[in-house]
Each structure stands twice: as structure tokens, then as C-alpha cells.
Write a protein that binds this ligand. Structure first.
Ligand SMILES: C[S@@+](CC[C@H](N)C(=O)[O-])C[C@H]1O[C@@H](n2cnc3c(N)ncnc32)[C@H](O)[C@@H]1O
Length: 496
């Protein structure tokens, strides 16, 4: 809703409120209603003249109208003064004060809006609209806890309204409380199935928590086959398994099918955990697998896990290997939740990199001229990034033998971020446009999956790091490959 419509709606609201109170029937009330009518028709001067007829003591709505008229004339300080006066004037009901708060908020007088809502709530602790307005205002002020408290109260007082749930959902979403936000948007849609705002908010947050690669990952035959082989070779009838990040429960079911005594499967995203619970039930594994909706760091022995795990499964791997925090998550779980000598699947990874030539990939990562306009400055602010890319879909040429840049063990005994300079010798002349990165993920001693562009393709594809500017390389003339990693990121670049 645009600003003008919003203020007009509030004026309608004010009119209804005045008419429903005693003051609407007083002579002052009649002047106010006439002035309001003229204001809505944009007859500002006449509206003002009618208001001037009101005799002291002026009641709240008169000040609200004076504030609006001053604002229209561009007299912001005076307008603010009138909004303030409306708070303490006689004749102010909780609803009128809420409207005063809403209009002040619309005009950016945030502190005044809060004062007005405070008084509205003081007069009527059941005024859900005042809690809603105050919650939205606190949200704008960045006061998250107060915003959530007020919006929650608004939904409790008026559980039938979608608006409160949407506002509360937005606040949860902004605080990264995605599960709670999803619940709010769903409740809003339950109240108003056609509510486009709630639907779009729900769709956006679901895209965030169930990323687009989920279906591709589940359909990745190479991945499933390799995990099943490693799981079958590991699980024994007495094995107690912990599966971290179970998603739909697939690997937990494979472990159970392989004969595990019991599988504890945790999943941080509530909607996935709920779905996994249904999936394992439908597949007849519900007495063998316990799905826990929790992030692994909140699991403990004696609570979610009856005992320490013999086998840990944690498929927390993205295209550049470390982005899903596999290292800290496995290290923490092994230390707290697993028996000494636990078998971890996956147990390690080797990362490879090689410079490549591909004008197309490079061009797709940059901007140049658009509609004859020079946009190149954008390239300077563009973050250094890795793009998940299926190299086989492009024309590309590798410029040197792939180099093994890092080797990780899961758990990693001593984790120290590293930066290393490798010497590469190009085996051909060419223009380096980027560096391709891939890995061999070791699931157990005998089984690994490779995301190499020279192996069968997987849903991980490859990770491509475009250079900031192309670099000419000459056959047999060494260049440097700079590689570094932290707990959750690998970076690569080329140097002379
Ligand atoms: C790459 S998916 C793998 C899903 C499943 N294991 C499979 O192989 O089909 C990772 C899943 O782990 C969840 N996740 C990531 N880190 C987690 C953690 N530390 N604790 C619980 N769940 C986690 C994510 O929400 C996501 O659903």
C-alpha cells in the first residue's frame, strides 16, 4: 500500500472511531468530522478553517488533524508538536492514540509513535492494533526483542488476523529465526489463504532453508551409490549411528537398512525434520531412527543420544567443500557425541585446482557495456566468489595439470587456517580466465566420490573462481597459484 493510501485509510479509521465515541456527538466532534471530510478531499484550507472553530480544551483528534495539516504545509516541527499534544489531550481513547501512533509512524516521528502506543496500551492492555503498531515501530528502530514481544502479543490478542503473523514472521526472518518465521507465514495463510504477501514471504524463506540443490542432490546417483557402499561396509548389528544434517532422512535410512541398531538423525531445519519424520515412518523405519529437530551443537549424551555414537555420518559438503561447515561440525560431534575411534563418513577430502581458459565463463562473471553504457565500475565492488559451474556445459581448456592444494581429514586433528603458494607449470599457451576447483570426497578407505570435471558428473558440479582480470600464460613458464582456507571457505587466485 502506498503512503497516501495508508494515511487515507488511517483517516477513515479515525472517522469511524470518532463517530463511535461520545465526542463525535459534541459540537467539537462535528467540527472534527467536517474538517476530516475536507482534508480527505484535499481541501486543506477549508479543513483548517473548520478546525479553528473548535473551542478549548481541544481533544486529541483535533491535534491529530492539526498535525496532519501542518505536515501538509511542510511545517514538520509544528506537526510533531501537535502529534505530541494529541497524546496528552483530553478525550483520547486507546484507539485514537493508536491511530495517532500509526500516523506519527507513517510520517517518521518514531519516538512520538512509541509514546502514543505506550499510552494506548496503558489505557487498554487488550488493544492488539496498538501492540501491532508498537511492534512494527520497534522493528524499524532495530529493537528486535521489543518488536517480537509486541508482535507476539498482537497475535495472541487477535489470533484471527493475518497481519500480526506476517509482521511477526518478518521479524523472526530478520533475526534468522527461520523456523519460527515459516510457522507465522503458514498461520497467516491459514487465516487468509489468498494473502499474497504471506505466500511470497513463505516462498522466499523456504527457498532459503531448502536450497534449490536439494532435489538434484537426492537425485545424484553417484552420491547415493557411494554413500550406500560406504555405509554398508561400516554398519554392524550393534552400531549406534549419529547422522548430522539428515535432510529428508535418506542416509539415516540407508544406515538403518544396513542393519544399524539405532540411528539418531538431527536436522536443523524444522520443516525438513518434520518431513523426514513422515518419510521414515512411511518407509517403515520409525522404530529404528529418531529424527531430532536440532542443530548438532545442541545435542547431548543422555538427552537426545542414549550413548556415544559408533558411526558418525555428516554429509555437509558444498561445491567448494567447506561452505556447510563440515570441519567444525564434525570436530564438535566427534569430541562430545562419539566414542573414541568413531568411524566418520565422510572421513576426508583432497582438493584440486587448475587454471582454465573460458572466455564465456569469465564474461558471465563480469559486466562491461550495457545498452552502450559503461557499467564496468561494478566489477570493482563485486565480491570475490566461487560459482557452482558444470564445466562440461562450457567451452573450456585446462591450462596445467591439476594441483592437489589441500588434504583434509574429518575430524581434523588440529585445524589451523592456511595460506599456501604453489608453483604451476602451464602445459599449454593460453589466457587464464579463472581457476577451477574440485575434490575427491573419501567416504571410507575404499570408497570416494570425485567432483572432477573428468569424472562422472555429480550435483556438486565444479567450483569456479573467475579472475579479476585475465592472465596470459605461456607453456612451461611457471606461475603461482595462491590458495588459502579457513574453517568454512577455500580461496584461490593466480599470481606471476
Ligand atoms: C547437504 S544436506 C544433506 C542431507 C542428507 N544428509 C542427505 O545426504 O540427503 C545438509 C543438511 O544438513 C542440515 N544441517 C547443516 N548443518 C547442520 C547441523 N550442524 N546440524 C543439523 N543439521 C544441519 C541442513 O539443513 C541440510 O538439510
Amino acid at each position: 500500500m502506498n503512503f497516501k493510501n495508508k494515511v487515507n485509510d488511517l483517516l477513515d479509521d479515525l472517522e469511524v472511531n470518532i463517530k463511535s465515541t461520545k465526542s463525535g456527538r459534541t459540537s467539537q466532534g462535528k467540527f472534527i468530522l467536517r474538517s476530516l471530510e475536507l482534508l480527505k478531499k484535499s481541501a486543506t484550507q477549508q479543513s483548517e478553517s473548520v478546525l479553528d472553530e473548535c473551542s478549548e480544551p481541544l481533544i486529541s483528534p483535533v491535534y491529530i488533524l492539526k498535525a496532519l495539516l501542518s505536515k501538509k504545509r511542510g511545517q514538520d516541527t509544528l506537526s510533531l508538536k501537535f502529534f505530541e499534544k494529541a497524546i496528552n489531550a483530553t478525550g483520547s481513547t486507546s484507539d485514537i492514540l493508536r491511530i495517532n501512533g500509526d500516523i506519527s509512524h507513517c510520517y517518521g516521528f518514531i519516538e512520538t509513535a512509541i509514546k502514543s502506543y505506550d499510552k494506548a496500551v496503558e489505557l487498554s492492555p487488550l488493544n492488539d492494533q496498538a501492540f501491532l503498531g508498537r511492534g512494527k515501530t520497534y522493528s524499524e528502530m532495530g529493537k528486535v526483542t521489543s518488536a517480537i514481544d509486541n508482535l507476539l502479543q498482537a497475535t495472541l490478542l487477535n489470533p484471527e488476523s493475518a497481519e500480526g503473523y506476517i509482521a511477526l514472521g518478518n521479524e523472526y526472518r530478520n533475526s534468522s529465526m527461520n523456523d519460527a518465521a515459516i510457522k507465522c507465514y503458514k498461520t497467516a495463510l491459514n487465516r487468509e489463504p489468498e494473502n499474497a504477501i504471506a505466500q511470497s514471504a513463505l516462498d522466499s524463506i523456504l527457498e532459503l532453508v531448502i536450497p534449490h540443490w536439494h532435489a538434484a542432490m537426492l537425485n545424484d546417483y553417484e552420491r547415493t551409490e557411494a554413500f550406500e557402499t560406504a555405509i554398508n561396509a561400516t554398519i554392524k548389528p550393534e552400531t549406534y549411528v549419529l547422522d548430522i544434517g539428515t535432510g529428508t532422512g535418506l542416509l539415516a535410512m540407508l544406515a538403518s537398512r544396513a542393519g544399524a541398531r539405532h540411528v539418531i538423525a538431527c536436522e536443523a531445519v524444522e520443516i525438513l525434520a518434520e518431513t523426514a519424520t513422515k518419510i521414515i515412518k512411511d518407509n517403515g523405519f520409525d522404530d529404528k531412527i529418531s529424527i531430532i529437530h536440532k542443530h548438532s551443537e545442541f545435542l547431548s549424551i543422555g538427552v537426545e543420544l542414549k550413548q556415544k555414537a559408533d558411526v558418525l555420518i555428516a554429509e555437509l559438503v558444498d561445491a567448494s567443500l567447506l561452505g556447510e561447515k563440515i570441519i567444525p561440525v564434525i570436530n564438535d560431534a566427534v569430541k562430545r557425541l562419539c566414542k573414541p575411534g568413531v568411524i566418520v563418513i565422510p572421513c576426508g577430502a583432497t582438493v584440486f585446482a587448475a587454471p582454465f581458459e573460458s572466455k564465456k565463463i569469465y564474461q558471465e562473471s563480469r559486466v562491461d557495456k550495457v545498452a552502450s553504457l559503461d557499467i564496468r565500475l561494478f566489477n570493482r565492488i563485486k565480491p570475490r566468489m566461487s560459482l557452482q559451474t558444470d564445466l562440461s556445459k562450457f567451452q573450456w581448456k585446462i591450462l596445467s595439470k591439476p594441483t592437489e592444494i589441500f588434504k583434509f581429514e574429518f575430524p581434523s586433528k588440529k585445524f589451523v587456517p592456511k595460506r599456501h603458494k604453489f608453483k604451476l607449470t602451464p602445459n599449454t599457451d593460453g589466457m587464464a580466465h579463472g581457476i577451477a576447483l574440485w575434490f575427491d570426497l573419501q567416504l571410507n578407505e575404499d570408497t570416494f566420490i570425485s567432483t572432477s570435471p573428468f569424472s562422472a558428473s555429480t550435483h556438486w558440479k565444479q567450483s569456479v573462481y573467475p579472475l579479476s582480470s585475465p592472465m596470459m600464460v605461456k607453456k612451461n613458464k611457471p606461475i603461482s597459484l595462491l590458495a588459502s582456507f579457513t574453517e568454512n571457505r577455500i580461496n584461490v587466485d593466480l599470481g606471476e
